[in-house]
Write a protein that binds this ligand. Structure first.
Ligand code: SAM
Length: 236
């Protein structure tokens, strides 16, 4: 896959463990790839500013990164996950997308030793965040394969979904479904408005078994990426 929208520059400021919180068992997602997928999805959705939802948010890396890098393109972010531990970490990371949260993080990092590069990263992020509009962020516990759970979420304005599917190594599926990715896709598409774009990312190609053919399909490193657009329900 060639990067068309995410420039070849340093993404260190939003890299795991630099300013954002990371923890064992919570795999991160490459920041440049998150940006590229978001921009491609926005083009496909044909929207300007848009709401972004990560229904398997883990530590919240994707939504936090994009709320830091592309505030001007976002109306809101929503992060959900089935794991309470994941949501605890995601809350902390989403707080780092606000000036108050970053200022507090700066204080924490200052109190630690050998953090010069990290303080500079916080300062650059603070500058970005102060320049851009605030991005409202919501978090919720939801099983992305369960239509009843997903129906309880406020999905107003969500036009782009990026889902980094569980790997089965660090973060496993929490689902009884024999083809959980296909079930997730059906559940998300059923809950979203026509025109919304869903991006699935997985390192296990087998996991995509049962998913319909995608509108766009590409590979980056070990990751298989699929893009779908939610269509108008067909009249019977
Ligand atoms: C690969 S991780 C996502 C990492 C995330 N993209 C990040 O940048 O931090 C996959 C996540 O899916 C969650 N998960 C597993 N089964 C789920 C389900 N049925 N519904 C929602 N989330 C689920 C796991 O708890 C895990 O946090």
């Amino acid at each position: 896959m060639r990067f068309e929208y995410a420039p070849d520059e340093s993404y260190q400021d939003v890299g795991g463990g630099q300013v954002l919180h990371s923890a064992p068992g919570f795999p991160g997602f490459p920041a440049r790839l998150a940006l590229e997928l978001f921009e491609r999805a926005r083009v496909l959705a044909g929207t300007g500013r848009v709401g972004l939802w990560d229904p398997m948010c883990g530590a919240g890396g994707i939504v936090a990164t994009l709320a830091l890098l592309r505030r001007d393109a976002l109306t809101r972010v929503l992060a959900s996950d089935v794991s309470d531990r994941a949501l605890e970490l995601a809350v902390k990371n989403l707080r780092l997308t606000t000036p108050e949260g970053l200022a507090q993080r700066r204080g924490q990092l200052r109190a630690q030793s050998a953090v010069t590069g990290r303080l500079e990263s916080v300062d650059r992020l603070l500058e970005k965040v102060r320049r851009g509009p605030p991005v409202p962020a919501d978090l919720a516990r939801a099983d992305a394969t369960d239509p009843a759970d997903v129906a309880r979420l406020d999905l107003a304005g969500i036009g782009v979904v990026i889902a980094d599917l569980p790997y089965g190594t660090q973060a496993d599926w929490s689902s009884e479904a024999p083809t959980p990715a296909a079930r997730t896709l059906r559940t998300l598409a059923g809950a979203l408005g026509a025109g919304a774009v869903i991006v699935l990312s997985t390192v296990n190609r087998e996991d995509l078994r049962g998913c319909p053919p995608a509108l766009r399909s590409f590979k980056h490193g070990r990751r298989h990426l699929r893009m779908y657009r939610v269509e108008e329900p067909t009249a019977r």
